[in-house]
Design a protein around this ligand. Structure first.
Ligand SMILES: [Zn+2]
Length: 65
């Protein structure tokens, strides 16, 4: 899975799932200026939010700090 340290969000990677790959690509683009790392789910599940569960909320505007 890919996680953004800045936003405390993650996205799961399902290599065989085209929709999932699109979500991962969008996640990496959205967080390109942040710190994206590859982690195991067990490392972050208590601290991070799955971006797929919050995508219906208003996106957080990040104005590049
Ligand atoms: Zn981010």
């Amino acid at each position: 899975m890919r996680a953004c340290l800045k936003c405390k969000q993650y996205v799961l990677i399902h290599p065989d799932n085209f929709i999932s790959l699109q979500i991962v690509n969008k996640f990496e683009k959205d967080h390109a200026r942040h710190t994206i790392v590859t982690m195991e789910l067990s490392e972050v599940r208590d601290f991070y939010t799955n971006v797929e569960k919050i995508k219906n909320k208003s996106p957080v505007k990040v104005s590049g700090d």
